[in-house]
Design a protein around this ligand. Sequence first.
Ligand SMILES: [Zn+2]
Length: 700
Amino acid sequence: MPLPESDFQNIRTWIRNCDRLHPDCPPPPNRTRRLHEIPSWVLDLKDGRIVPGSTASRYVALSYVWPAMDNEKVTLELWTGNLRQFQKHGFLDSIKQDFLPRVISDTIELVKDLGERYLWIDRLCIVQDGQMKRSEIENMDNIYSGADFTIIAAASSGLYVDLDRPHEPMGFSLLRSYLYNKLLKSKWATRGWTFQEQVLSRRAVIFVDGDVFWDCGNAMWSRESTDPRPEANRGYSARREEQLDGHEMAVAMPPSVFPDFRLWRELVCLYSGRELTYPQDVLSAFTGIVNALSETFPGGFVGGLPVLFLDSALLWQPFSKGKRRTWTQGRSEDADMPKTNLPSWSWCGWHAVVDPSSLHVHSLEWLRPELRTKPLVEWSVLSEDLRYEKKLPESRILEDYCRRFLDWGDWNTPRDWSRHDVRYPPRNSTWAYSETHPPEVDPKPSYAFTHSADPTKLFSHPIPMASPGRKPTTSTAQNWPYLHCETTTGLFKIESILTRKYTDKPKRRQQSRVASLKVPVTSLDKFRYGPEGEEMCRVVSLADAAGRPAGLLRIMDDDNDNEIKPGQGVELMAISTGSMGWEEVSSSYEENVDIFKSFSYKGGNVHMFEQDPPLDDDDDDDDTDSESSPLTFRPRRAVVVETAYSQTDRPWACGDEDYRFYNVLWIERRGEVAYRRAAGRVVKGVWEANCREKSRVVLG
Ligand SMILES: [Zn+2]
C-alpha cells in the first residue's frame, strides 16, 4: 500500500523547509565526520546492497520495534556468514519481500521515493554475531545524531496504517498534544532501545496510527499545519513553555556545555521504566545518551550515574513500585559475558520509574546552600572479579567548589568564570539548574556566575567543567559492577510499615500535559499527580534498639510483600549526610507519609496510608527520654508544630532547626557483596549513637 501522494509531498516539504530554515537542524555531512563516528555499513538502495558507511554522503536512519514474526518465517539479518552476499550488487532486490518485516520493506520504498540513496537499519547494518557489534552499539549516539533524519515507525503494524483524513482545524497546542499522545501510547514508546534513538536524532518523520508528523529542534509540523515559519506553529502553550527558562526540548537532545544534572534527570526518569527483552541491555540501550552527556560531565558515569554528582545521584528513589532487572538467558552473543545482575545501587538495576523529586543538587538549585548533600565516603568502583579498583575522585570535587564559593565566599573566580551582581545578570540569561525562576532563599545570594562557554547560563557558584574535546572514559556497569567504600553501618528495627489504603481511588484530574521531552519531566501529569494508588511505594519507619524513632525508608520492591514485618532487623549503611528545612520536610514523600499518614502530590490527589501494628517494644531501657534527649527526631515534632500555624505563618522561618540526617541504604549481604534493598534517612544524632565502626562495604 503506497503512502498517499499528499502525505508524501508533505514529507518532502518538511525536509526542504527544515533544510532551508533551520541551519542548526541537519547534521554535518559524513565527509566532515571522524571515521569511527560513521556506521560501519549502510544500505545502498540504488545498488541494492550494503556499502561501508564512509562511502555515503548522508543517510536516513530507522527507529522501530522488531515485529513479532511468524516462527516459520525466515527473516533476513546481517551475519558474518552472509556478509559477502549482502555486498553483492542487487542482493537486496533479489530477496523475497517475505523475508523482511513490512515496516522495513515500507521504509525502503519510502526512502527510495524520497530520492535518498542510503538507509541505516540496525539488523541489516550491524553484523549480528560479529566482534564489532558492541562497538556499533557504543556508537549509537553518532549513528542517530549523524543521520540526515530518522524515520520513527510507531504505528501498530508496518510503517503506516490507514492514514486518517486530515483533522478539523485545531489549535496548535491541542494538535501537538494529540499527536504526541498517540506516539506515547504506541508500543514503540514503551521499548527501551527506541528511547535514545528518538532523543539522539536531530529530526524525524514520525508515523503513528493514522497520522504522520515532523519533529525537529525548531519546529513540529503536522499534515494540517505545514506553515514553515516556526513561530506560526507556536501557540500559547509553546510560548508559555519557553518562559519556563526556554526549557523546550524537541526530538533532539539539546546541546549543553556544562554538566547538566537536570537534563540527565529528565532522561533517566523518562527511560528508567521502559521494557527490554533482555534486561541486561538496560545500559547498552542508554549508552548513546551517556556518551553524548560524557562530553560535558567531568568524571563520566558509573552504572548510569554521573560521577561528579554521585552522592546526589545515589539518592534516587522509585516513583512507584519496581522490580529488580535480572539477567535473561537465551541470546547466543551473551554466552561469554559475565552473568552478574545489574547493580542494585543504580536505577539501572531496577525496572522502576525514577522519581524526579528524589534527584537534586541542592547547592545549584538555589535552595539554602547549607541544605546540600555532603559526601561522607570516598567512592571507588571494583571490577567484575573484585580484584581491580578504580577511585572516583571526581565525586568530591563539587563539594570542594561549594565550600570554596558558598561557605568561604571566595571572590577569586576560576578561569573563564565571571561574577555578576545577582540583581543585574547578563541580558537574556537564565538559571542553569532551576526549573523556573529561582525559589526565594533567605538570605538572598549576592552573586551569580557565568562561564565563557555559555554566558547566558547563570550558576549559584562555579562548577567543574569538562575540558573541551576530552571525553572521560565512561565506565559501564559491565566493566565496573561494584561500588566500594569504607563507611559506618548500623542495625535498626522496622517500627511500622505504612501501606496505601486501597479503599478510595484517587480522582485523577483529566488534564493532558504531553509526556515528551517538550516539557520538563517534573511537570508531566504522571509526576504531578502521583502514581496509581496500588503503585505507591510503602514507607517504613525505623527504630533504634532503644525504640527511639530513627528514620524512614522508601520500600521499592513488591516481590516479597510479606517479608517485611514490624520488629524485623535491618542493616543500614551511611552513604552521605544531608539536611532539610521545614519547607522541604513538608513536601517530602517519606516524612509526610509518616507524620500525616497521607501524601498529596503537587496536583492535589491525597493518598491515605494505614499503619501496620507498630513494633511491640518490650526491651525498653532507661534511655527513652526522647523529649529532652539530643536524639529527638526533630522533624516529627516540628511538623506537628506546623499544624498549629496558619498557612501564612508557617514555621520554616526558624531556619536554625534544620533536620539533619544521614542518607542510608538498607543493605542485604550475600557473601562479600551487599545489595541495596531501599534508601532513606536516619536522624543524625540517632545514627551517631548507634552506628558501628567504619568497615569496608562492597555494593553490588
Ligand atoms: Zn528543523
